[in-house]
Ligand binder design. Structure first.
Ligand code: ZN
Length: 118
């Protein structure tokens, strides 16, 4: 049995990509991924579309070999415009500036979230 993929699902409409999230019906907290109960207060959630825009919270370039990924490659934690923080791959071999605007892109060949500068 393969392990559950922890990456949140995405939806695409044309070139607009959003992350499927869950929004709490009681406290309004939004989390990336499908969660039946709020991780903060335990109330029910409804489906939310997160993104497509966001702001870089942190970014780095990975230069060591890890399974199934070819270094060097960029990563960024991105605060999506309506709440959740996601980890995404970035283009090129330079870290993105903190606070810069990005847009979600299509999933990578390995199924990773991606962002590009907006
Ligand atoms: Zn809640």
């Amino acid at each position: 049995m393969s392990p559950v993929d922890p990456r949140p699902p995405v939806e695409s409409e044309g070139e607009v990509v959003t992350v499927v999230g869950s929004s709490c019906t009681a406290c309004g907290y939004v989390v990336a991924g499908v969660e039946p109960a709020c991780p903060i207060c335990g109330a029910q959630t409804t489906r939310a579309a997160c993104g497509p825009g966001g702001s870089v919270w942190a970014s780095t370039v990975v230069r060591i070999a890890v399974p199934d990924r070819q270094p060097p490659y960029g990563l960024a934690y991105v605060d999506l415009e309506n709440g959740p923080r996601i980890l995404a791959h970035t283009p090129g071999e330079a870290a993105l500036p903190v606070g810069s605007s990005v847009l979600l892109g299509p999933l990578s060949a390995a199924g990773d979230l991606t962002v590009v500068p907006a």
